[in-house]
Design a protein around this ligand. Sequence first.
Ligand code: GLN
Length: 496
Amino acid sequence: MSDHGTIADLAARIRTRETTAVAALEACLDSIDRHDGAIASFQCTSADVARARAEAIDRRIDSGEDVGPLAGVPIAIKDNIVTRGEPTTCGSRILEHFQSPYDATVIQRLNDAGAVPFGKTRCDEFAMGSGTEYCAFGPVHNPWDTSRVPGGSSGGSAAAVAAGFCPAALGSDTGGSIRQPASLCGVVGIKPTYGRVSRYGLVSFGPSLDQIGPFARTVEDATLVLQAIAGEDVHDSTTIDTPAEDYLKDLHVPIEGLRIGLPREYIDTGNDDAVNDMVNAAVETYRGLGAEIVDVQLPLTDVGIATYYVIGPAEASSNLARFDGIRYGRRVPPGPGEELFDLYAKSRGEGFGPEVRRRIMLGTYVLSAGYYDAYYKRALQVRRLIRQEFENVFQQCDVLLGPTTPAPAFPIGSISDPLTMYLCDRYTVNANIAGICGISLPAGFADANGCTLPLGLQLQAPALGEGTLLRAARMFEAATNHHARTPELDPAATGS
Ligand code: GLN
């Protein structure tokens, strides 16, 4: 793997011309060439466009211009965020040949900060899944053990950062799709407060739940990327109009006296022992840092999955109606004697994979007359209760601590039952339901059949509590150093 150093270092070296944006990009492309055959984290790279962008940055630096805090830093983009001039497939056959005519706001902001977005990472189809096994173009493999999943749905982004292909990547999180793969791949992943980052150009899954956020190797690196993309956007009316605070300013301020809530529901008998041990060790680390550990209760943790799997599919079923074979993507023309309806049915039937079809059916069902009140309306009522429960708990503590996932990465193909897959997100969905922010960071390892697999610690903070959240994460990282361990890529198993 290539060692880019931290983002701040890399950008500083590019700015002072110790190295160049072009060299940083070539190092990424080269390591992808050598090692991504075994991992399959990228759907495509746009080498030519990215080279031109990197050259332009180098020229601007040569002429004395300040190109921004992410000067020349190559960043990978989840394939459900639109980028002009290259495909955006959402991991779906229905969008296999789709190219967006515009860049998402986050892409523009990365460009404005001097970064070099350079390729699209694989994800579960329309971001629905927890293992990146539901990508229509093939699964992504976990760099720690290529027989296992990287988590999902942003598995390609998490795996790419874990494998050292690039210093950072963007993902999207509707119910855990940044935090869960970050946890399973041993990297940092941030789900910002709902509305903190523009969703303009993110292909919608559940628009009341979706947020874009960064993956990186360290908290500071992820923070630098978040800082670049956060803020109000005229193209997304759900963005928050207060400017993003300076997250870096207090990142290194000690957390003595910070109240860290430990919900008793998060240390569960259903968790792997290694996961519970990791949480207990994290509690001790925080005690050592002078934090106050507060016992709290979040009984609605248990109803999160049921609530999420009504609201998410309801929103998805209505959003995905636009993929009709006429306006976007794949079209299967009607046969002789067939009509327009057949075109819709065939295009959608062939274009969408089984999990997406399942969500569309679930969502259509819970929104249909007769079931709307019993399911959708009820789920919205529970959503309000979950929000309220977090608000109450954040009176007692500043940050919540727990596992990101109940278990480390599972073998590819080992979960065939959808409900078991849904339960991977037990600890992550409620943050989306409530709109609060969360982070997963490397916090230990489990041994599974002779393999070392990373475990992630999840911290959550109230809406717009990113400053405190990131500081608490950064202090843990400084005290433990789990992030410094990286997977060894097997040279024998590489693609070239
Ligand atoms: N795994 C969850 C799902 O399948 C979450 C996905 C996400 O956050 N995009 O819906």
